[in-house]
Write a protein that binds this ligand. Sequence first.
Ligand code: GLN
Length: 487
Amino acid sequence: MSLHQLSLAQLTQGLASKQFSSQELTEHYLARIQRHDDKINSFITVTPELALAQAKAADEQIASGQASALTGIPIAHKDIFCTDGVKTSCGSKMLDNFIAPYESTVTQQCQQAGLVALGKVNMDEFAMGSSNESSFYGPAKNPWNLEHVPGGSSGGSAAAIAAGLAPLATGTDTGGSIRQPAAFCGISGIKPTYGRCSRFGMIAFASSLDQAGPMARSAEDLALLLNAMSGFDEKDSTSLNEPAPDFTAQLNQSLKGLRIGLPKPFFDERLNPTMGDVIAKAKDELEKLGATCVEVDLPHVRLSVQCYYIIAPAEASSNLSRFDGVRYGYRCDNPYDLQDLYFRSRSEGFGDEVKRRILIGTYALSAGFFDAYYVQAQKVRQLIRQDYLAAFEQCDIILGPTTPEPAYKLGEKSGDPVSMYLGDIYTLSANLAGLPAASIPCGFTEGLPVGLQLIAPYKQEAKLLNVAHQYQSVTDWHQQVAPGFEE
Ligand code: GLN
């Protein structure tokens, strides 16, 4: 097998036994980025000098016997994480000239774990979108079919892994942005419990929903990367104030007696029927491993889209007020007064989807509409949370599709924001409730990958990854390679 098809454990083993060095591994990935990224546009910035310097340091650490499980392994970072001295664009013209003056906690933790940063990957502008088409740098493409979207907003992360341009990537998930692109590109991704990974230095979209997480080919790789990315951070006031457990600890537990909940609103008329068949087979596979299934009701989850598309834009409209053309980022030419500076910097610096969200959010928060929209949405959010708490009385984990349909064609939904928003029906509720949720590959339809979504109770990422890993021990969907990217 080629280097880019090895699991993380195999890579660590290869480094430890000196089959290859971190410098060789890093060069291998840099060469693949050069060879293949023209086709999929997954990187916004590649940092070869930095990567090779980090690889050299990693090799020294390995030689001195002080390596961790991740030392010397390459990673790509979503361009939403501030990286000291490296352009951090957030997929926007607004930050096209922004060199971050500090490092985000997550990328710093990755560095401390010895990971080698290859560069920054493509994303929807300010993480608003489900197809990567709102990126200022043009969309990333789906390696399984270059005419199709890779999903979003962490589409660059997912496409880079699916094409074998990085073994690991960071992503963020406000309403599905780790899980949905993972599903579309046939890779694995987990959005941890809200607060598990620090938001410090992660450019804010909707702060009460934003959560960073790992993306990789397998659940085992996710567990290893999540170990490095998580933990309390005093620089984030909503950080979970407790030590993170070892997320690999439960991977090999048997699934005998596991109770899987199948929520009614996830298996409704909105689910593409062939996708439904693929999901049903995955469920059968888990039953063969000893799990039993129960139907659960999440009555308010059907209101997720309405609820999320008030709360997320409301928070975004407030978070994005900092981009005013004064302090950093894009500034218009020759403003004639301060109003003109604000007005034109924001008009020229933001793309359409971002402006749409700012308008919706400002409207929902304005006097006269606040109670009708924002307060109401917060109430619905509580009901959704309670639905999940009640469901987890009856089951240990919830299973469903990640998306209602596979990756669609570029341009197919970009002119119709509401149809794009409706693609998020199955992912949004986990963010609204703050629960950990993952997507893992479970088959194909029309030649495109299908994602299986698993949602666990609060702080039970280890349990969730156990279920995913057991499934991946008896299936090989996560090992499939997109045609054209084998070599
Ligand atoms: N697709 C959703 C949106 O457009 C979620 C994005 C995300 O999770 N960052 O808001």
